[in-house]
Design a protein around this ligand. Structure first.
Ligand code: SF4
Ligand code: SF4
Length: 804
């Protein structure tokens, strides 16, 4: 029933129409007198790599590579294109800039293939003739792989266009533009393949209806197509003849003519369940799916009044235009060449450019003088004829003044550049050229705006990133500062606590040392800690006892000497040796005694000089000791007054104490010498003694006591040496060892005394109340003891000299 209604419908004139349009002379019979002919494969082919979005494809071959027909030689750099295939076998001669078939007349990157004349094809692709058994994706992939694009002029990738599912598939066979006959001829010759291709396409789209739209000026094609439809016996397919009116071949106008559906400019045909494909594209889909052949050639009309043999050629993609002109018998030298029809075609200047997939016609028109452009007279004929119901005169006005906003407002981009307005303009205004120029400007401005917007967003993102990084950095620094501050506070608190403990400990230690020093001092100096009374009587008793012991030892020695002289029991020789040794030791002891007893046997001058030096050194030492004592006193006072400065004061005290100790030791030695010589230096200035006596009385007393002790030791040693002259050599050597030991002990004791003196000097301020009478008594006793010791020493020395 459906088929019957469609069959009757084809005989009824369509009641559907679109706005505007133009009836123009067809000029189609020139090229349809003979069947199409396969053009000779040119020796050099130029395959353009320019995509419809202006970008270049990525070559898959290199210069010098041999290629086979159907081999992919470049791949798209964006989804807006399809791969290119080698149109024939040969060698890649070059890849570079060459003339291109493009409205801009600008050259483009091309792959130049030198044909080897063999036209050797690569192995065919897998058989997909049973297309219903394959998935939609597999079929689309094959279509994309074979490089199929819209052959009606747009060149949009067919596989992408087929991704939508639609109810109605419209096959555009109108071919409305004058002179163009390639689709007409192809339908005549390949109607069965086109029907098959339509069925495959409908299968991919899931279309329920396949509708061919063809103008009524192609009766042969209509008949052939209808026969093929009958042969296909597919109820989905119908052929609808539309009246010849330009531009019925535009998809929107064809939808109106066939279905009465007007697709608004801001919507797509798929929104209405419609899709439109050129018949030549449908034939290419058939070849890709059924034959596995990529799109490497197309039907092209080479026609016009200026070509010798207008005809339709089946030419390989990349065939130079001039080669096709030659195939058609050549063109007049003055001919005007257009790519496309007279309404929408454009001129090119370089005829060596290679044929492209979208090149459906090469039109050569006789040269005519250019018409003079005149001012718009606002006749509105252009707007009446515009099939898109635009206002061409307004677009012209704003285009001239580059009012892009107004151009957008008046829907410039809805213009299909059909050229109807320019054809009807009495002022010969090339309106379409103005529109193309404005479109290009607006696209460029849009790209620049998009680029600026991207740059602005990147800048803002960068600024935000820098701000974020700065904030993070500052936060990290603040955190580190806070951590460091907290750590410092904790350390300070610990230090304060530690310092307080240390200070307290130091104070306690200092107190303990002071108490110990006081106790030792009191013990050493005969103080009774409880009564604080000096036991001078015990000293006197000790002196008397020492005197008695010395007298006893002298008596024993005299007795022993007389016994030894009388006995004569020793041998002569050993006796002489022992006597010699005894004399030698006596001499050494004498020298030591002489030096210790202020060089009594030395020259007076040397003694005086030494004495002066000793006095001067002693005075300096005393002054230094007083200064150190004052400093120490101040330090001690400061220690007790200022607990916070204990550490620093302690360090200073330690340093000063160390220096004072060293100086005190040196001074003690000098003082010791000076004390020994004091008895001989009674002429020492009373003023100096008085000035220093108060401060140094205690130290001098200590030194004198030490001198007395050492003198006693020396006396003992001398006595033991002189008393033992007759003793055996072993006893002499033992005595030497004892002397050495005694000397070492004396030195140790001297150092200890020095330390005590130093301590005493430190405690001088604490002992200012010490009784001067006691000191003077001690001095007298010391002087007496020293005088006795010296006298005894001199006596011993004389005895030794006599004996030796
Ligand atoms: S070229 Fe544009 S403005 Fe002119 S008639 Fe065609 S669609 Fe309308
Ligand atoms: S047809 Fe030409 S002269 Fe008339 S209004 Fe349009 S542009 Fe102006």
């Amino acid at each position: 029933m459906r088929r019957l209604s469609d069959w009757f419908a084809q005989f009824k004139p369509s009641t559907k129409a679109f706005h505007g349009g133009l009836h123009v002379p067809a000029h189609k019979t020139q090229s349809t007198q003979k069947p199409s002919r396969a053009a000779v494969i040119a020796p050099i082919l130029f395959v353009s790599l320019r995509q419809r979005d202006g970008k270049m494809q990525i070559p898959e071959v290199s210069v010098g590579d041999r290629v086979l027909r159907g081999q992919i030689i470049s791949r798209p750099s964006s989804p807006a294109s399809v791969p290119r295939h080698a149109p024939t076998s040969g060698t890649v001669q070059a890849i570079g800039q060459h003339a291109d078939v493009h409205a801009s007349n600008m050259s483009a990157q091309c792959i130049v293939i030198e044909s080897d004349g063999k036209d050797e094809a690569q192995p065919p692709l897998a058989d997909l003739s049973d297309y219903t058994a394959h998935s939609r994706d597999d079929l689309l992939a094959r279509i994309q792989q074979c490089g199929i694009a819209g052959l009606g002029g747009a060149g949009f990738p067919t596989a992408r266009k087929l991704q939508h599912t639609t109810r109605t598939l419209v096959i555009n066979a109108a071919e409305c533009e004058p002179y163009i006959t390639c689709d007409d001829m192809q339908i005549r010759e390949c109607s069965a393949e086109i029907i098959k291709g339509a069925q495959i396409t409908a299968h991919i789209l899931g279309a329920e209806r396949i509708l061919f739209g063809i103008e009524d000026d192609k009766p042969e094609a209509i008949e052939t197509l209808k026969q093929a439809v009958l042969a296909a016996d597919d109820p989905r397919i119908s052929v609808q003849v539309v009246p010849t009116k330009y531009p019925s071949g535009n998809s929107r106008q064809l939808f109106e003519l066939l279905l009465g559906v007007r697709v608004p400019p801001d919507q797509h045909a798929t929104d209405f369940g419609l899709i439109c494909h050129n018949s030549g594209t449908i034939k290419a889909i058939h070849d890709a799916i059924i034959l596995g052949q990529p799109l490497i050639e197309r039907y092209v009309s080479v026609t016009g009044e200026a070509i010798a043999k207008p005809q339709v050629l089946r030419a390989r993609i990349g065939t130079p235009i001039n080669a096709l002109l030659a195939e058609a018998g050549g063109a007049d030298d003055q001919a005007r060449l257009l790519i496309g029809g007279p309404m929408m075609g454009y001129a090119i200047s370089d005829y060596s450019a290679g044929l492209k997939k979208t090149t459906n016609c090469i039109l050569l028109l006789p040269h005519t003088p250019s018409e003079v452009e005149e001012a718009c007279i606002r006749c509105a004929r252009c707007s009446d004829a515009c099939p898109m119901e635009l206002l061409p005169q307004q677009l012209y006005w704003y285009s001239r003044n580059e009012k892009h906003d107004q151009l957008a407002h008046y829907r410039l981009f809805d213009c299909i550049e059909c050229g109807v307005c320019a054809s009807v303009c009495p002022s010969n205004i090339p309106l379409v050229q103005y529109y193309r120029h404005s479109k290009a400007d607006m696209r460029q401005a849009s790209r620049e705006q998009a680029h600026a917007e991207r740059a602005r967003k990147r800048h803002e993102a960068r600024e935000a990133r820098l701000e974020r990084e700065k904030a993070e950095r500052e936060a990290r620094m603040a955190e580190r500062r806070a951590h460091l501050h907290a750590k410092q506070n904790a350390n300070n608190q610990n230090d304060q606590a530690s310092n307080a403990d240390d200070k307290q400990s130091a104070i306690e230690a200092a107190k303990a040392r002071a108490a110990e020093r006081r106790f030792k001092r009191q013990s050493n100096e005969g103080f009774d800690p409880t009564t604080q009374e000096q036991t001078s009587d015990s000293k006197k008793a000790a002196i008397e006892a020492a005197k008695e012991r010395a007298a006893a030892r002298r008596a024993e020695r005299k007795k022993a000497n007389s016994d030894e002289t009388d006995s004569g029991t020793l041998g002569e020789k050993p006796r002489e040796d022992k006597l010699a040794e005894a004399r030698r030791q006596a001499r050494q002891q004498q020298k030591a005694a002489e030096s210790k007893t202020d060089n009594e046997a030395g020259s007076a001058a040397e003694t005086d000089a030494t004495e002066r030096e000793d006095k001067l050194a002693a005075a300096k030492a005393k002054a230094e000791a007083r200064r150190k004592a004052r400093q120490q006193q101040k330090t001690a006072e400061n220690k007790t007054d200022n607990a916070d400065d204990v550490d620093a004061a302690e360090r200073e005290d330690k340093l000063a104490a160390a220096k004072a100790k060293a100086e005190a030791r040196r001074q003690a030695r000098q003082q010791q010498k000076a004390a020994e010589s004091k008895t001989d230096n009674k002429a020492e200035s009373a003023n100096n003694v008085e000035a220093t006596e108060r401060e140094d009385k205690l130290a001098a007393a200590k030194a004198k006591a030490e001198a007395r002790r050492q003198a006693r030791q020396q006396q003992k040693a001398a006595e033991s040496k002189t008393d033992n002259k007759a003793e055996s050599a072993n006893n002499v050597e033992a005595t030497e060892r004892e002397d050495k030991l005694a000397a070492a002990k004396a030195k140790a004791e001297a150092r200890r005394k020095v330390r005590q003196q130093q301590k005493t000097a430190e405690n001088k301020t604490d002992n200012k109340a010490e009784s001067a009478n006691d000191v003077e008594a001690t001095e007298r006793e010391d002087k007496l003891a020293a005088a006795k010791a010296k006298a005894e020493a001199r006596r011993k020395a004389r005895e030794q000299r006599k004996e030796s």
